[in-house]
Design a protein around this ligand. Structure first.
Ligand code: IPD
Ligand code: CA
Length: 264
């Protein structure tokens, strides 16, 4: 992939943060067996990685703002561009020594997602996309899967757990999708779920209650891979609602119908 200067900045920031994250992940795997567990350590790893990403991005584009999972909102002088960053998406996987997490760096221009990088440092898979430029996995162009019928589809989801989301609503939605899809997955990292839809590994994905930093980069990946990423209930701004549905045109429509049927 001949990455644009903008995407190159994002890739460099992700790769730089990845070095520390990969070291810390090795440490977490050791801490696993201790009574106290790795939670505090992980919070520090998260902050450290976020600082690295922020520093790299600010160096390249000093006027642009930030929306960061840890540090929150930082207004930029330019007012148009905002970096939307999750330093470790999939924290629960990270804490449990499960090698499925990612650094997610998105960019919005006037509130619209326009570029995204999602990097799993353990598998060294780097997904990147910029509006109008296509989506890539490392050097290879990626496209959403071409399956036409949800009966043949593998659909991923996010499950609300203790203290999060509406469990009754989720079970109703799951029952509908379960009856139609050929396989279901819950991998625990929203940015990678979207990246995997973009790469055609998953045919569809839905989850409610996400934050902008979980989905901003992934939305650009799916759209640039020829897919749809939108609000489940048809709201205009999926970044704001955090209720996302993704897939190719046909699968996303059929998945949307399933989720609608769960409401009645
Ligand atoms: C979480 C992951 C997970 C999703 C959660 C998110 P975090 O992000 O993306 O897949 O189901 O809702 O909060 O907390 O691990 O950065
Ligand atoms: Ca996240």
């Amino acid at each position: 992939m001949a990455a644009s200067p903008l995407v190159t900045v994002m890739i460099n920031a992700a790769r730089k943060a990845a070095r520390a994250i990969t070291r810390d992940f090795g440490e977490v795997v050791n801490l696993q067996v201790s009574q106290k567990g790795p939670a505090d350590f992980v919070t520090r790893a998260d902050r450290k990685a976020e600082d690295v990403v922020r520093e790299e991005l600010s160096k390249a584009r000093p006027q642009w703002g930030f929306l960061l999972e840890e540090a929150g909102e930082i207004k930029g002088k330019d007012g148009q561009h905002v970096w939307v960053v999750d330093p470790i998406d999939g924290t629960t996987n990270f804490i449990h020594g499960i090698p499925h997490f990612a650094i997610s760096i998105g960019l919005t221009r006037n509130g619209e997602p326009v570029a995204g990088v999602v990097y799993n440092p353990i598998t060294d898979e780097l997904f990147a996309a910029e509006r109008g430029g296509g989506a890539y996995l490392n050097d290879r162009r990626i496209r959403v899967a071409a399956r036409r019928d949800i009966h043949d589809a593998v659909i991923a989801c996010g499950m609300p757990h203790r203290g999060r989301g509406d469990h009754v609503e989720f079970r109703a939605e799951l029952a509908q999708v379960q009856a139609k899809a050929s396989g279901l997955r819950r991998a625990g990292t929203a940015s990678l779920d979207l990246a995997w839809v973009a790469a055609g590994r998953l045919d569809g994905y839905w989850e409610r209650g996400l934050k902008p930093w979980d989905i901003c980069a992934g939305i650009v990946l799916v759209r640039e891979a020829g897919g749809f990423a939108r609000d489940i209930d048809g709201a205009a701004d999926v970044l704001a609602t955090g209720n996302i549905l993704a897939g190719n045109e046909l699968i996303s429509a059929q998945l949307g119908d399933c989720l609608k049927a769960a409401k009645v």
